[in-house]
Every structure is written in structure tokens, then in C-alpha cells.
Design a protein around this ligand. Sequence first.
Ligand code: MLT
Length: 411
Amino acid sequence: MARINDNYLKLQAGYLFPEISRRVTEFTTANPAAKVIRLGIGDVTKPLVPAVLAAFHEGVDDMAKGESFHGYGPEQGYAWLSQVIVDKAYKPLGVTLKTSEVFISDGSKCDSSNILDIFDLSNKVAIGDPVYPVYNDTNVMVGRSGEANEQGYYEGLVYMPCTEENNFAPAFPTEKVDVIYLCSPNNPTGTVTSREQLKAWVDYALENDAVILFDAAYEAFITEENVPHSIYEIEGAKRCAIEFRSFSKTAGFTGVRCGLTVVPEELMGTTAKGEKYSFNKLWNRRQGTKFNGVSYPVQKAAAAVYSDEGWAQVKDVIDYYMDNARIIREGLTAAGIQCFGGVNAPYIWLRTPEGMTSWDFFDKLLNECHVVGTPGSGFGPSGEGYFRLSAFGDKEKVTEAVEKIKQKWGK
Ligand code: MLT
């Protein structure tokens, strides 16, 4: 019989969001009349904007005619989309990239997992706690860790606690690490890494020969001036960082699937013999072998996000979600519930009322208020006693959810 990958058995529970779905389904089956308000998984609710939809349709129509039909595209994405990204997403930030450094993909969740293919297993990896579970679980899956201890920390991985005490900005690891995951605006805490903090991380990575895997999936939600949208705004970052971006939350592509990864040509690692080798070349090789690109109509739709019309429409939707974030943050704060994030990110990270555990609050909120959120402990041990609410819902429902929480736990 073929052996399974035993590393999967080290994973403690099901992936967080399916577990939430399971509990919600159980509740709705038992209470079919209950109208559940879903502020759990960060899934968008607004439809694609008209300019994006028009380009998407055009792409589909092109596929209907022999002269404009597209078969396999480049595994790295069409150069015209990479050029749009270079010109519209990065140039305004003062960041110069080549199209050969931009890899179009089916999303940043996949890329932030698949990137592990080009790193040797011997690398020491540091991740935040709490953290987007994908970073932790995929490192366990590839065999970079031992078993989890009773707290939930996996042997062999380095955890950087992000707590109220350090304003959710992790301290540098105390041991030598080779790969560091950073996410700003942060999922789940909704907080951001300031320019000074990001510069300190870049300097640290350069000094310690580490690579930063920078997840910027939520950069479009930044509202404050001077918060970096890209790690490449920091001098030297092209020599130490890979950046992930996504159309999912920015433009409502969670069901459409498109993202991108920037792997600068200057970024080098070492071979077993100690020679320098380009991560860009490796990623290109990996994508060429394991990936067949994103569909042509989807890439047409993605390019339209950055047209003048498309961006104005997309920005309106982002503003709508960020107004939801304000409603949650201000409403709950006024009711005496301690809230973080929600200013530059579509997530509000709150302290559970009455010192409840994260899952106890989840169950109470679901059963008594019919509101779904995400338990902080699902993002790591330091998330215990916290809870995440997503701002991607419908405004009326978000307002109703806030009122229900206020009535139940407000002071
Ligand atoms: C989340 O809720 O954390 C996200 O939707 C997960 C994801 O983007 O994969």
C-alpha cells in the first residue's frame, strides 16, 4: 500500500473556515428559521464592478471566435497584464519592476503555499501568532515541523507573538531564521506595519540573510497616509523579499481567482554548494512545470481593475466595506468592547466580552445573536480571547449584527 504523507496527521484540526462552516450548518439545520449574519470568513459580497464585468464578457466573447481564441497562455501570465500591474499598481508607489518579476496566478493563498517548493526544508521559518493559518499549516504539510505541543505550537517552527502588549507588531526572532512571513494589513488583527517597522524588518532580513514573504493581499484597504502598500517601497527590499497580492478582496475575485507574486531578479538564495542562485529563476521553473496560467477572460477582467473607470468603481466598493469596518469598530468600542484594526483593513479584532474563550464566544454569538465571526484562537495560541469580525458584509446586516452584540454585551 502506498504511504500517505504523515505530516498531514500532525495538523491539529480541520482547516479553520471549514470548521466554522460545519458549526454554522449544524446551527441552521437545527434552526431553519434563523437569519444568520455571516461576518466570519473574509469573503466579499458585492458583485464585480461594471468595467471589470465588461472586460470579462469581452474575454469570453474572444474565446468564441477563431481569430481571437486563446489556448494555453504563458504560465507567468500575459505580459499585457503584468505590464498593467507594473505601471498601475507599483509605479505610483515609486517602485520599478520588470514584467519578468511579476507572476500572475490563481490567488495569493495558493502562491503563499506553493512558494515553499523553492525553499529547502532545512530553512528555519518564522511566522506570526496569530497568523493566517495557511502559513503555518503548509509548513507542517511539507514536513518542516515536528508535532504540535499542548499550546498548539509546532516543534521546529519559530513563532512571533503579536499581542496587545507589542501593539500586534512582532519582535524579531531571537534565533536565526531564514524565512519570515509578514502580512500587512494584517489578517487576522487588522493592524498594519508602519514604514519604520517595515524598514527595520528589511534591514533585519538583509543583515541576517533571510527572505521575507510579504503578504499584501489587503493593501487596497489602507486608508491612512504613509502606510506602505508594498514592501518594495523600502530600500533594499528587492534583495530580501517576495510579495503576494490578490484581486480577491480588492476587486471581488474570491470566486473568479486571480492574484500575483513578485519575485525580484535581485533576490538570491544559496545552493547546497553555497553558490548564489536566483529565486526568480526557480519560481519561473516551478510555475512552468506545475501551473498552466490563469484563464484568458479572468486576466482580461483583472487588467480592467486598473483602468481609470475600473479603479474608480472598485474603490467605491472598498470604501463601502471600509465604512462597514468603521460601523463595527465605532459601534463596539462605544459599547465598551475593545477593538483593534478596521482602519486600514477590512477586519476588526476584538477582545471577547466577559473573558470568554474565542470558541465560547463564537458559539454564544451564533446561538444567541445569529451572528458568525471567526474565533481568534483559530489563528494561533495568542489569538485566544480574541475574535475577528469581517467587514465584507451587507451594510444593513453589519449594522444589525453590531446592534445585537451591543444589546447583549454592551456596557
Ligand atoms: C480569511 O477570512 O481569512 C480569508 O478569507 C481567507 C483567505 O483569503 O483565504
